[in-house]
Design a protein around this ligand. Structure first.
Ligand code: F6R
Length: 608
């Protein structure tokens, strides 16, 4: 969701900005632009469409020469994705040039105020307000202007500003939207995310909310909103740039699906020692775990599906009541959270605005917060009491796959840890579960070998208009994920239903030939799900059954059967999700969709 880059140094800024924007493409965008400080002041080139369109425009209209610049990919919120609304925006007769990620909530009142002062708006964006407001406060002191702007706006922002009479600086700030400063040698960088600067530096400052960065080519100074200087630790990036590249695969999604054995292994192996779960990052004592009232799990999208699965597993093993909330609902429903409750926050990016707000809500009500996060040092990670990192490495495809798998496994670990603290599972059962979890990477490898079969299956159903998913218990959680994966990347309408719920309305949508995925891996619920399979079959559905390899009872009612290796019921989701991801991938490919960057979607959803 919107990407920001900035460069100040001795090299030509344009290629560095374009290169950085390409690294942020995964965040999702519909227009792009750059501004470069050259001999004639700050010049802008921007366009709707992809970065390739921006490159084409630069080619046609002339490159922007200069060694200082900012760039932006915009994911439209206020105003259509067109050339005018694309960033950068100018403020105050061109004195200010600014890019922004986030939403200015009080932009209408600020716009009226600025119009009364004579400022003329050309775009429909909330961002233009920031540009004019900055100009309004600017009297030669950029820090003072930025501080005043920050105190006046409500909402979320990461912003970077070029000023006509300050050719040797970029000033930037953040609140509720990520922004990092890359530390170079006689050159410095700015970006929404680390991959954009990794080619040039591994050392960064990760800005916190309400902080300002003043970049010159040979210095970086950080301030709080009251302009007190702030000294931060340098964050050294240890992962490689290749981790964020396709490595021979056609798509990031395919690469990330294939990386799941490694991801699961890397997530589990440091936390399973001699048949025991050891989560060093968890500061809760056994006594505190015993006293947990309710576990509140909050997340969005696929991470919420992990939460749905986690609830089944935590309640089954640890017998601790769990509530799973969509973060966007939790934050506004005034949830009842008691001081001995805990809140588990699940997020790949660690920057999702709703999830972050839900975390803050739970914290403000006295709950201890544990986050399951992939992006190291992201805001959610930094604000949680404990953070358990999923070891998925950078996930670039917009549709999550490997981070989902890693999150699931952290949920299993937590459930086992809680059950053990409460004396509800013995050493032997813990050991069995740990051994089985350590087998998961190998079993996932086996499932990846089904690639050709799943490709053929997708070919058979590629022209479907609707696809339904049904399942019970943990199978329902995975049905939700299978359905989301399919619809978000292939644009086929899809719904997931708890198998027993379908007949309460939605079954009226089942027509002869409608594909219904029946996820039926939970042995204790198999017979019940079989009943639901028969119900849809009787109405002409094409049933694709996803079952454990030893089960054959659904075969006679299924048009297609996908078999997954058998493992304890509670671990099954780690396996069942894999064929559903691969199926969705081939369906999207078969329909000519942009698999890695589905329309309208963003990787990191930093607005609510
Ligand atoms: C779907 C997907 C999204 C994310 C959701 C939360 O494939 O990726 O539904 O799961 O936007 O994002 P994070 O996990 O970054 O908080």
């Amino acid at each position: 969701m919107c990407g920001i880059v900035g460069y100040i140094g001795d090299n030509s800024a344009s290629p560095i900005l374009i290169d950085g924007l390409k690294k942020l493409e995964y965040r999702g965008y519909d227009s792009a632009g750059i501004a470069v400080y050259g001999d004639d002041g700050v010049k802008i080139c921007k366009t709707k469409g992809r970065i390739a369109d921006l490159e084409g425009k630069l080619e046609n209209e002339g490159k922007l020469e200069g060694c200082v610049g900012i760039g932006h990919t915009r994911w439209a919120t206020h105003g259509a994705p067109d050339d005018i609304n694309a960033h950068p925006h100018k403020g105050g007769n061109g004195r200010i040039t600014l890019v922004h990620n986030g939403i200015i909530e009080n932009y209408i009142e600020l716009k009226i105020m600025l119009e009364q002062k004579g400022y003329v708006f050309v775009s429909q964006t909330d961002t233009e307000v920031l540009a004019h407001l900055f100009d309004f406060f600017y009297d030669g002191d950029s820090l003072k202007a930025m501080s005043k702007v920050m105190k006046m706006v409500r909402g979320s922002y990461a912003t970077a500003v070029l000023i006509e009479d300050k050719p040797d600086e970029i000033i930037a700030a953040r609140k509720d939207s990520p922004l990092i400063v890359g530390i170079g040698d006689n050159e410095n960088f700015l970006a929404s995310d680390i991959p954009a600067v990794l080619k040039y530096t591994r050392d960064c400052y990760l800005l916190d909310d309400n902080q300002i960065a003043l970049l010159k080519k040979d210095s970086i100074k950080l301030y709080d909103i009251d302009l007190n200087e702030v000294h931060k630790d340098v964050y050294h990036v240890t992962w490689d740039v290749e981790a964020a590249e396709k490595g021979g695969y056609d798509h990031f999604m395919k690469k990330e699906i294939a990386e799941q054995p490694k991801t699961v292994r890397d997530t589990l192996s440091p936390r399973i020692k001699d048949g025991k779960v050891v989560i060093d990052e968890l500061s809760l004592t056994d006594e505190q775990i015993k006293n947990i009232g309710t576990v509140h799990i909050v997340a969005c999208g696929s991470a919420w599906h992990v939460g749905m699965a986690a609830r089944y597993v935590i309640e089954k093993l640890a017998k601790t009541p769990c509530e799973v909330d969509l973060a966007s609902e939790f934050r506004y429903r005034n949830p009842i959270v008691r001081p001995n409750d805990i809140c588990i926050v699940i997020s790949q990016s660690g920057e999702t605005a709703d999830t972050l707000a839900a975390l803050r809500e739970a914290k403000s009500k006295g709950a201890r917060t544990i986050s399951i996060v992939n992006v190291v040092a992201s805001t959610i990670a930094r604000e949680s009491d404990d953070v358990i990192y999923t070891m998925a490495g950078p996930e670039i495809a917009v549709a999550t796959t490997k981070a989902f798998s890693a999150q699931l496994n952290v949920a299993y670990l937590l459930a086992i840890r809680f059950a053990k603290a409460k004396g509800l599972i013995g050493e032997n059962y813990e050991k069995t579960l740990c051994e089985e979890m350590l087998e998961l990477p190998e079993l996932i490898e086996k499932l990846l070998e089904m690639d050709d079969d799943l490709k053929a299956l997708a070919k058979k159903y590629v022209n479907s208009e609707h696809v339904f998913f049904i399942g019970r218990g943990l199978d329902y959680a995975i049905s939700l994920e299978g359905s989301l994966k399919l619809k978000e990347i292939s644009y086929i309408h899809s719904e997931a239903y708890a198998a027993g719920e379908l007949k309460h309305g939605t079954i009226s949508l089942i027509e002869p030939g409608t594909p219904v995925f029946a996820v039926a891996t939970q042995s204790d619920l198999l017979e019940k799900t079989l009943g639901n399979i028969k119900e849809v079959k009787a109405r002409g559905a094409k049933v694709i059954a996803l079952v454990g390899e030893k089960h054959s009872s659904v075969d006679e009612f299924a048009d297609d059967v996908i078999r997954v290796p058998e493992i304890s019921n509670i671990l099954m989701p780690s396996l069942t999700v894999i064929p559903l991801q691969i199926f969705a991938y081939y369906m999207a490919l078969g329909r000519g969709c942009d698999v890695d960057k589905p329309r309208n979607l963003a990787k990191s959803v930093t607005v609510e």
